[in-house]
Design a protein around this ligand. Sequence first.
Ligand code: HEC
Length: 154
Amino acid sequence: MSKSLLSTLLALGVVLSLGACGSQPEDTHPDQPVSKRKAVFKQIMRTLEPLGMVAREREAYNQQAFLAGALELKQLSTRPWAHFTPDSNYPPTRAKAEVWLKPAEFKQAQQHFVTATEKLVSAAQGGDLDLIRPAVKAVEKSCKACHEQFRGGI
Ligand code: HEC
């Protein structure tokens, strides 16, 4: 992605989140499945970020720290899905209706992601950066593929 596109997206994100401030509905569902899954996704993103930095050589590689991150990501990879309950398509979700209309495909996208994190753990155990880099990319690709099909907004 080019730098200018990235800054445009960031600017857009800022504008959208400012706009959403007053207008985003509260999660009033008694079990709050939308808030729960969003919290897991945020944790997933926070866990992936430093691994991505290592893969892009913006941070030094430390085998133990990297493996710990990969293991955490693997654990987290199975956690959001139980919160996509049949009655959980309500604001403030950004999930598309396809989540509920195409359950088999949604499940498959989850499986791609879970498998990609398992492969990342194997690569992290091996400690070979030349195998780790593509494994991180594969995880990122699995996030993106699912978001394109099942998540709305930017
Ligand atoms: C199988 C589908 C799927 C996969 C795989 C997936 N996501 Fe998501 N993600 C979603 C959906 C659907 C939402 C919208 C949830 C909602 O708003 O109810 C979402 C939301 C998010 C959010 C926004 C949370 C918020 O506060 O609104 C982040 C951040 C995120 N995902 C990061 C990731 C990252 C990083 C990965 C991969 C490491 C990933 N996701 C993998 C489907 C997926």
